[in-house]
Ligand binder design. Structure first.
Ligand code: ZN
Ligand code: ZN
Length: 293
């Protein structure tokens, strides 16, 4: 049996490169694959491997005093989810480019909200509260929480650009969520810095919430690994997204077969065949030309 884990922690790291090197050794020894990003503001990782190796990794990570209280979101998987191991040092563990320091204890960021309280907010659907999806448009397109607002951003670093659209919610209680929590920490701190008040964030994100109330999430949850998306609620599978070509409901993402395009788009099985795995008439022409050479 295999497992995938996701984790993050914002904490001041004085020597990111040294941590990178020690992480690389541990992950290599345990045969783990995935992505770990290390910066002076913390660590953000997702790794998959054999059950015993993952357990060993968790033990090793929390034996470092900096990460003793780190929370792992985990799920069982059949096969490895990443082609390789990548451990990188970057300026930020998620890029927002806003000079926000949330590594200290007293740092201003959205107040944590538990799955229980988040669930109540969804049920109440009050006019005084707004739920904001802090993820990218292609993530919320295939799945999101009921009654949530989904800003139109291609990349997290564009979140500051939607601030004008969010200003109308300034008087309300704002509750944010993302996949595992790491983006909300920053997005919530950003909104506070911009004068918003009453900002909350779902602790440990959708993946943790799914252990309690999976039915509140509509559609599939986008994930940044081989699976592309996962179904959170085994009993009730809703599809909210539509095929790019025929507009029928579908929640399958594919990448355009024209390698120069490579667009990721929702495509039903019928259209996938019909359009030779491409996104458009332009791309289908290119692919057919290449095939006939
Ligand atoms: Zn279709
Ligand atoms: Zn294309």
């Amino acid at each position: 049996m295999k497992k995938v884990i996701l984790y993050y922690k914002y904490i001041k790291i004085d020597h990111p490169l040294a941590l990178k090197n020690s992480q690389f050794k541990v992950c290599k020894r345990l045969n783990l694959k995935g992505r770990v990003i290390i910066s002076q503001e913390g660590i953000n990782g997702t790794l998959s491997g054999k059950l015993a190796d993952i357990e060993e990794y968790k033990k090793e990570l929390i034996s470092n005093a900096l990460f003793s209280d780190i929370i792992f979101k985990e799920s069982s998987i059949k096969e490895d989810l990443f082609p390789r191991l990548s451990i990188k040092v970057r300026d930020e563990i998620v890029s927002l480019n806003q000079k926000i320091d949330i590594t200290t204890d007293g740092a201003k960021k959205g107040e944590y909200i538990s799955p229980e309280d988040f669930h109540k907010i969804i049920l109440e659907n009050s006019n005084d509260t707004v739920i904001i999806d802090a993820r990218n448009n292609y993530e919320s397109y295939i799945g999101r929480f009921k009654n949530s607002i989904t800003p139109n951003i291609d990349n997290f670093r564009d979140f500051p650009k939607v601030i004008n659209d969010l200003k109308k919610y300034k008087g309300k209680k704002i509750v944010m969520y993302c996949t595992g929590g790491v983006r909300c920490e920053k997005a919530s701190a950003f909104l506070l810095k911009k004068g918003f008040k009453n900002i909350y964030q779902l602790k440990e994100g959708i993946l943790n919430y799914a252990n309690y109330y999976p039915e509140d999430f509509e559609g599939k949850c986008y994930v940044f690994d081989k699976r592309v998306s996962i179904n959170l609620d085994a009993k009730n599978r809703t599809i909210i997204s539509k095929c790019r070509h025929c507009n029928e409901y579908s929640d399958q993402y594919i990448n355009c077969q024209n390698k120069k395009c490579n667009l990721q788009f929702v495509c039903c099985n019928v259209c996938e065949k019909k359009f030779h795995h491409t996104c458009s008439l332009e791309c289908i022409d290119i692919v057919i030309q290449v095939q006939s050479k």
